[in-house]
Design a protein around this ligand. Sequence first.
Ligand SMILES: Cc1cc2nc3c(=O)[nH]c(=O)nc-3n(C[C@H](O)[C@H](O)[C@H](O)COP(=O)(O)OP(=O)(O)OC[C@H]3O[C@@H](n4cnc5c(N)ncnc54)[C@H](O)[C@@H]3O)c2cc1C
Length: 541
Amino acid sequence: MASVQTEVLVIGGGATGVGVAWDAATRGFQTILVERKDLAEGTTGRFHGLLHSGGRYAVKDRLAAEECIHENFILRRVAADTIEDTGGYFVSTPWDDDAFGDEFLRGCRDCGIPVEEITVAAALEEEPRLNPAISRVFTVPDAAIDSWKLVWACARATKEHGGRMLTYHRVLDIIKDADTVRGAKVRNELTGEEFDIHADFTINATGAWAGVIADMAGCPGVEVLAGKGIMIAMNHRLVNTVINRCTMPADGDILVPIRTVSVIGTTDIRIKAPDEPEVTRDEVDRMLDDGEKLVPGFRQARALRVWAGVRPLFKDAKAADSGDTRDVSRSHALLDHHQRDGMARFLTITGGKLTTFRMMAEETVDKMCEQLHDKRDCRTAIDPLPASKDGNFYSLGERLVKREETMHHDQLICECELIQRRKLEDVMAQRNSTILDDIRRSLRLGMGPCQGGFCMYRATGILHNVEQIDNNAANKSLHDFLQERWKGVQPILYGDQLRQARLDDWIFQGLLDVEHLPHNDLAEHDGQPHDDLAEHDGPSA
Ligand SMILES: Cc1cc2nc3c(=O)[nH]c(=O)nc-3n(C[C@H](O)[C@H](O)[C@H](O)COP(=O)(O)OP(=O)(O)OC[C@H]3O[C@@H](n4cnc5c(N)ncnc54)[C@H](O)[C@@H]3O)c2cc1C
């Protein structure tokens, strides 16, 4: 069996794992990251899109609040290109206790979160769709952050420092030598090839799946509670500021503007297993009702898509028997398996938030350096990520400015997201992937109001050409994409969205008869491991 040698092996390609790889590589460690699917296909690609100011936790979870504001300031410097500086409001609705605002103010001030109370009139002037019955409004430095752009920027920085990202590589087992972890046995999920990665140090950053990998290493009892949350993308940017309800964290109390849409969320329900969390009609209904409390008429906008993510919440004593995962601290857990289980050269990092991913990575790599007796300084709070060097935040109008120069000479493939043919071809060539869903995450292709109705069949033809795949493989890729999209649309089929879904269905089934196109069971692939670093352009709705 083939084998590969490295200094550091990181397992898990969400924000945490990619952050660890970025940090280790920039400290000069030879680094390989393995991810069983594409980067950010776990919780990181299914989150709410909020760069927390910490306001949400200021009353209930002081530590989490302080970590959030600390990292919020750092990420604005080193990852500016992934952030839209929308600002945030905390508003007291008629369903909230006005007096909570005083506790909130005190909590924010104690945690160092810049906060100011403004008049309701001033808030309504900025955000006219807000419920006019709100009684108090506070401003905080919340923002929208694009997790896909972020992980791929970290991946590019890792690569620039000699690191490798092996996507579609699943860890099957951990290689041990008595009381020391020596790497992992992995399988390339696209080719079936299995090989060993021998590593001087192995870091488990698999989020909600961390307990499974720890078990493989002979470190039992790593219990990561799976807290399911659903989010719904509405087809308009109903607000331009992140809107939070000024109350103890509850369901459906945050509305985040993300590019051309806005996303309401979220719930927090403990589930048994983190894979394929289900969304029920009842959850959708309740979430839409919560939207009405913030923006009257919310239900009249078209709900584009619903999805669920699973929070990795490391269990502490307080939450041991509680069914509500909201009671578990949002702070993270770094497990030193040498100390805990007598297993050397192995750490687990889990829990936390996307907002705190960089800090979690820094702590983890510091701990690794300590155990290797090899102190090296962290650079990730200092050196900006690629594309963030000029310090400019992302702005919505930017895409039109960027496209205007070339638009007249280039075919427009996706009208919602203004993606032209050349950009799509470039990304397809860089990603070296025949999976249209990978391309979607790279460019936000098919994620606007038509949900792929008009761009996906064009994109399939281009994929066929760029990747030189046969017709069957191209058909299979389109078929798989439509199946995946359907999962997110099916629970919200009502009103205008039902009409849109019928139109899309008419295009794909009525005109193109996609269901009966010949397609392979397995799309053909060139057999190369995925080690790809495309320029990423899309956000996370
Ligand atoms: C509903 C919801 C909303 C949220 N909203 C926000 C928000 O607005 N702001 C914020 O800051 N945070 C938010 N969070 C929290 C944040 O999204 C998570 O804390 C963060 O994304 C976790 O990242 P991670 O890398 O630890 O886990 P993940 O992103 O889940 O990454 C773990 C990876 O490990 C991989 N993996 C598992 N097993 C294997 C294996 N055997 N081999 C190889 N790879 C494997 C998985 O495929 C996965 O990609 C939200 C969470 C949820 C659930």
